[in-house]
Design a protein around this ligand. Structure first.
Ligand code: FES
Length: 171
């Protein structure tokens, strides 16, 4: 076999290369949108920091914790839903507002304010006798090991708006 003949591409090889190239290009064209669709939620920017109205005016907030319910739009991958959230809202000694997440830091039950006669002026969790002081700090030797989370908040036009619940360090 001559040297020239060795370097020549046969018709069969040419067809193989061409079909492989075109097939690969078409496969990539079909797969790219599917991959994009599959990981789309991961690519979305975190829209953290969104505040929603708690539908309570600043002047209606007193030093006594008040249970406030509000709705947030929740997105789990492609599923969007409206979820009701709850906060215990009150004014602290210095007049500043605090909004506590009622989710017990032990196993996630909801705590109530001043609703157990054995523990007046405390947040009490009925699931395993969890106890928190008014500022949401867990009482030592009760099941919760961390304080209640605190919602970000702001006042706009005299109305309370709540954002994310921020966990606090273990006491
Ligand atoms: S879930 Fe609240 S004390 Fe266990």
């Amino acid at each position: 076999m001559s040297k020239d003949k060795k370097n020549q591409v046969s018709r069969r090889q040419f067809l193989n290369y061409t079909l492989t190239g075109v097939g690969g290009f078409m496969a990539a064209g079909m797969l790219a949108p599917m991959v994009r669709f599959a990981i789309d939620p991961v690519l979305q920017p975190d829209e953290g920091g969104e505040f929603v109205s708690a539908k309570i005016s600043e002047e209606d907030i007193t030093t006594e914790p008040k249970r406030v319910a509000f709705n947030v739009e929740q997105v789990d991958a492609w599923y969007e839903s409206t979820v009701e959230k709850v906060a215990w809202v009150y004014k602290q000694e210095d007049g500043s507002i605090i909004a506590l997440d009622p989710t017990c830091t032990h196993l996630g039950c909801f705590v109530g304010w001043n609703d157990n006669e054995n523990y007046p002026e405390h947040f009490y969790c009925p699931c395993h006798d969890g106890l928190y002081t008014k500022d949401g700090v867990n009482v030592p030797n009760t099941p919760p090991t961390a304080p209640l989370a605190v919602y970000e908040h702001k006042i706009e036009n005299g109305i309370l708006y709540l954002g994310k619940a921020i966990p606090r360090e273990e006491a």
